[in-house]
Design a protein around this ligand. Structure first.
Ligand SMILES: [Zn+2]
Length: 71
C-alpha cells in the first residue's frame, strides 16, 4: 500500500497524475487511484471512474469495488 491507494476515496490519496491536452482553455484532468479498485479522473466538467485491478504505483492488488471487467 502506498500514499496513492491507501484510502477508499480519492480525497484521501495523493494525486497520481494531472494533464491538460487543451490548447485554448485550462482544462486540467486529475487522476487518482482508490482502494475500491477504481481509477478516478475528473476535471471542471465531470468525472469518470474506471475499474482497475492493481495500483499503478505500488502494484498492490485492489479489492472492494464491483469489478465490471470480470463478467
Ligand atoms: Zn499503491
Amino acid at each position: 500500500m502506498c500514499q496513492y491507494c491507501q484510502g477508499t476515496s480519492y480525497i484521501d490519496n495523493d494525486l497520481l497524475i494531472e494533464f491538460d491536452d487543451s490548447e485554448e482553455l485550462v482544462d486540467t484532468v486529475k487522476v487518482y487511484v482508490t482502494s475500491k479498485a477504481k481509477l478516478f479522473l475528473h476535471n471542471d466538467y465531470g468525472a469518470v471512474t474506471v475499474p482497475i485491478k492493481y495500483c499503478p504505483m505500488c502494484g498492490r492488488e485492489l479489492q472492494g469495488g464491483a469489478d465490471e471487467t470480470n463478467a
